[in-house]
Design a protein around this ligand. Structure first.
Ligand SMILES: Nc1ncnc2c1ncn2[C@@H]1O[C@H](COP(=O)(O)OP(=O)(O)OP(=O)(O)O)[C@@H](O)[C@H]1O
Ligand SMILES: [Mg+2]
Length: 179
């Protein structure tokens, strides 16, 4: 089955700073993927590009079959509303609504009904993909796969790592013990 999101040599620069450095990866349908790595390694930048929130500086991002890298903000917004749900770090959450509502808000804004039984089928039967950025090895170990990022690159893709595997790798990368 074709991936839900594909990044092909995606670079994102902020002036001289290369936040994402020619990253190529695919998010398969129905996977729960964790993203780890030291602060500043490019996790948020990668997700923002993968979710069509930000356009890459170079390279291409496909959502399904659609290359979104050259699309206007308006078209990217339409695609996000149709295909993506988001739970941001606390400052972007709407505090008056639940996590579930935050995830389904884009669908409702797009006028699609998202009831509980339908969003459960999505995960279990239709193969919803979840990508979660975390600094917590125990949380990442619940995912199917874990991407490890450093210096704007994906340096490892781990299949079902243990929290201990992840803690060791992160300690090596950051030089600090991970809780
Ligand atoms: N809008 C921006 N303007 C300038 N530099 C940016 C911008 N966004 C990110 N950066 C820089 O790009 C690099 C990657 O940042 P990013 O936020 O993707 O890291 P991160 O892995 O998500 O870190 P954290 O774990 O702290 O959330 C950092 O050096 C950051 O300072
Ligand atoms: Mg971040």
């Amino acid at each position: 089955m074709s991936p839900v999101v594909t990044l092909d040599r995606v670079t994102k620069s902020y002036g001289e700073l290369v936040a994402l450095d020619e990253v190529t990866l695919a998010f398969p349908r129905g996977r729960f993927v964790a993203v780890m790595g030291p602060s500043g390694s490019g996790k948020s930048t990668m997700l923002h590009c993968a979710a069509a929130l930000d356009p890459p500086t170079s390279g291409s991002v496909l959502i399904g079959e659609v290359d979104v890298s050259g699309l206007s903000e308006t078209r990217r917004t339409q695609l996000r509303r149709k295909h993506m749900g988001f739970v941001f770090q606390s400052y972007n959450l709407l505090p008056a609504i639940t996590v579930e509502d935050n995830i389904t808000l884009p669908l409702r804004l797009a006028g699609v009904r998202a009831d509980r039984d339908w969003l459960g089928e999505l995960v279990d039967e239709l193969g919803q993909t979840v990508v979660m950025v975390t600094h917590d090895p125990a949380a990442a170990a619940r995912a199917h796969d874990t991407l490890v990022m450093a210096d704007g690159k994906v340096i490892e893709v781990l299949d079902a790592p243990t929290p201990e595997d992840l803690a060791v790798r992160l300690t090596r990368l950051t030089g600090e013990p991970v809780a």
